[in-house]
Write a protein that binds this ligand. Structure first.
Ligand SMILES: Nc1ncnc2c1ncn2[C@@H]1O[C@H](COP(=O)(O)OP(=O)(O)OP(=O)(O)O)[C@@H](O)[C@H]1O
Ligand SMILES: [Mg+2]
Length: 263
């Protein structure tokens, strides 16, 4: 990675179930452990699950915001180790509404308003991670476009590759200047992750005339599903596991790109 990285990072994938929430929540924890003030935003408006994955019971959620009952900053809850200001490693969350499907029908216009409000709230943080839904529909693309950077999560599965490719294509059709980076999840090894990225990048170069940067690999690790089952953050459950090491390295690489901008 050799270009400046922005404050707000959207995590998308095209295909469902490839690890967007694991990556977004993991990076939120990793950036917080680096001492950054972090907000994790559950932008999976149809089937929110950041709160479930992290075992949170937020007082307010995006349902109330969309209904106009709460301003966006009224839906901020502390996660893991208390408020961001209370302890190193803690961060803030804006939760969706798990499983209700209440936010599934959010229009691109409503998504745009939410994105604008999030941009304003983001000014109080060093880093905002936006966990997006699967797919590449107009509302999702509108949310992704509000971010400074987009991280596309792929795996070696052909369907994950084709769906991530479709997402990248749609994003760049909407915004020619969009330059999503690629994170390879469920890699069998770091080298395997690099090969998967190279294969994906080759397709993008051939058909989109675009060369996506590699944000890094995350290895397949049984500690990940175990932490999800326990509804604990990965760094709480198994701070020394392989996947946590990879997410820590990814956050360091991304933060390093920020430092380049600051210089
Ligand atoms: N590196 C990993 N190693 C092992 N298992 C993993 C890894 N990453 C994700 N998983 C497993 O995959 C499951 C799906 O991950 P996650 O919920 O993050 O996907 P998602 O892309 O957010 O899905 P959705 O599209 O439904 O929002 C997790 O519950 C976890 O068990
Ligand atoms: Mg998810």
């Amino acid at each position: 990675m050799n270009r400046p990285l922005g404050r707000m990072i959207a995590v998308a994938s095209g295909k469902g179930g490839v690890g967007k929430t694991v990556v977004a929540a993991g990076l939120a924890q990793a950036f917080a452990r680096r001492g950054e003030r972090v907000l994790l935003f559950d932008g999976d408006l149809g089937m929110a699950n950041v709160d479930v994955q992290l075992g949170l019971t937020p007082a307010a959620d995006l349902g109330a915001v969309i209904a106009g009952r709460t301003p966006l900053d009224g839906a901020i809850s502390p996660a893991m180790g208390g408020s961001i200001r209370a302890s190193r490693g803690g961060f803030d969350v804006i939760a969706g509404r798990s499983g209700s499907g209440a936010l599934a029908g959010v229009s691109a216009e409503q998504a745009g308003r939410l994105a604008t409000a999030l941009s304003a709230v983001s000014l109080s943080y060093d880093r905002v991670l936006m966990d997006l839904a699967a797919g590449a529909g107009p509302s999702l693309l509108r949310m992704a476009a509000a971010a400074d950077d987009v991280l596309a999560v792929v795996t070696s599965e052909p369907t994950a590759m084709t769906d991530a490719y479709a997402f990248v294509k749609m994003l760049r059709m909407r915004d020619e200047g969009a330059a999503p980076m690629v994170a390879v999840n469920l890699a069998e090894s770091r080298a395997h992750g690099e090969r998967v990225h190279e294969g994906f990048a080759k397709t993008c170069r051939s058909f989109l005339d675009f060369d996506p940067a590699f944000a890094g690999p995350i290895r397949r690790d049984p500690a990940v599903p175990a932490s999800v089952r326990r509804q604990q953050g990965l760094f709480e459950h198994a701070p020394d596991c392989k996947a946590a090491a990879d997410i820590t390295a990814m956050a360091a690489a991304l933060a390093g790109a920020t430092a380049v901008r600051a210089a």
